[in-house]
Design a protein around this ligand. Structure first.
Ligand SMILES: *Cc1c(COP(=O)(O)O)cnc(C)c1O
Length: 412
């Protein structure tokens, strides 16, 4: 069974093939459908089967020895991988123009797995402070227990990040865009700091996806995603992934085999199925995000909109220069509203469902104050920039006109 390698990793500085007759590189849409998959599959099926197996058999003793000695690419035991995971890893690496990928049971498992594999006591990491609160919590509370020092600097303050680098700094971390403020990292500047100080870089590009942002060609060492969001895309699974070079990911993959943060076959089937429509979905998410953001910006009951596709956004220039689209997440503040009046707007919408998460086909809406930040103190919410009148909406793939009409009636 031969696997078509749809995409060799493309290095941003590698010259184009001199062979003018060579087939053009497949687009993301084609990669999303075909990359990582064999042309002829078991049972001659068009889709890959769901292998429900905790272990994999060997024909005889010699086959076991050959597997170990020759490092053969086959399955061994379910905690180390599965045929479906291999396909998902090849497909996701191709979409990111990376060499290799390691898929996990969730986005947080990917983040924790990468940092635990790469850091040791005495090391330091620096991250931009606008980030997923569980990532911050893992760094501040848990890495600290293992003697890893984490430093937070203001998001997109490159001078502060460079100044915070010490001889034992091992990784620079950021999301882009950030959640929920949608600040966008200038990847060239971020990478330059890492390269000039010999420190590795990690971008959590969950909100951007490889459709909107290309961190690996920009020189970032590791890209991670909560594949629970846009990559899976249907609000029906949890998954995570880290993309990078095979060499850099080898210890990461080995630790995953020990942690057991492996995804199950049904989930992986859903992920592969969701990825088939990745490009179509992203185009609609981008269009709906922009339409909703533009509508909200002109609404008299809206104080402020955070969406990098708007000229009013502080990172619009960076976003325009580095992103293909701006995604489906729109954050806004309701003018002169306390927490209750803000909740009333959320309770009045009919299409978006009230839930955490983002990136699925169904639009979701939430008030960060009562969803993710309810347990925080007022001082912490002030520090994280979460006012009472903030609403975060993840635009799904419904009709943009319907979403706008729904928000219009909810805002009154
Ligand atoms: C959701 C999310 C995560 C965590 O991913 P899970 O799949 O929920 O574990 C990490 N980073 C960002 C930016 C996210 O939105």
């Amino acid at each position: 069974m031969s696997t078509i390698e749809m995409a060799e990793p493309t290095k941003s500085d590698s010259p184009k093939s001199p062979n003018a007759d060579a087939a053009p590189e497949p687009s993301l849409a084609t990669l999303a459908v075909h990359a990582g998959e064999a042309r002829q599959k078991p049972g001659d099926s068009i889709t890959d089967p769901v292998f429900c197996a905790s272990t994999y058999t060997f024909e005889n003793t010699q086959a076991v020895i050959d597997f170990i000695e020759k490092d053969q690419p086959r399955e061994e035991y379910g905690r180390y991988g599965s045929p479906g995971i291999r396909i998902a890893e090849k497909k996701l690496a191709a979409l990111e123009a990376g060499e290799d990928a390691v898929v996990y049971s969730s986005g947080m498992a990917a983040f924790v797995g990468l940092l635990m594999a790469k850091l040791k006591s005495g090391d330091e990491v620096i991250f931009f402070d606008e980030c997923y609160h569980r990532s911050r919590e893992f760094c501040a509370k848990h890495l600290a227990r293992f003697g890893v020092v984490t430093r937070q600097v203001k998001a997109c303050d490159y001078d502060a990040m460079a100044a915070a680098i010490a001889p034992n700094t091992k990784m620079l971390i950021s999301e882009s865009p950030t959640n929920p403020h949608m600040s966008c990292v200038d990847l060239d500047r971020f990478v330059e700091i890492g390269v000039s100080h010999g420190v590795e870089t990690l971008i959590d590009a969950t909100l951007a996806t490889p459709y909107n942002l290309r961190p690996i060609p920009a020189g970032v060492d590791y890209v991670m995603h909560s594949a629970t969001k846009y990559l899976g895309g249907h609000n029906d699974l949890l998954a995570g992934v880290v993309v990078g070079t095979q060499e850099k990911l080898e210890p990461v993959r080995k630790l995953r085999g020990i942690m057991g943060a492996i995804n199950g076959p049904q989930n992986i089937y859903l992920l592969l199925r969701g990825l088939k429509t990745f490009e179509l979905r992203m185009q609609r998410h981008n269009a709906n995000g922009l339409q909703v953001a533009q509508f909200l910006e002109n609404h008299p009951r809206v104080e402020r909109v955070y969406y990098p596709g708007l000229e009013s956004h502080p990172y619009h220039e960076v976003a325009k220069r580095t992103m293909r689209g701006f995604g489906g997440l729109v954050t806004f503040l309701v003018k002169d509203a306390d927490w209750r009046a803000t909740g009333d707007v959320i309770d009045a919408v009919k299409i978006p469902r009230i839930a955490p998460s983002l990136g699925g086909v169904e639009s979701l809406i939430e008030q960060p104050l009562v969803m993710s930040y309810y347990q925080c103190t007022q001082a912490e919410r002030d520090q994280f920039g979460i006012p009472d009148n903030m609403i975060r909406m993840s635009c799904g793939i419904e009709s943009g006109d319907d979403l706008v009409a729904d928000l219009a009636q909810a805002l009154g």
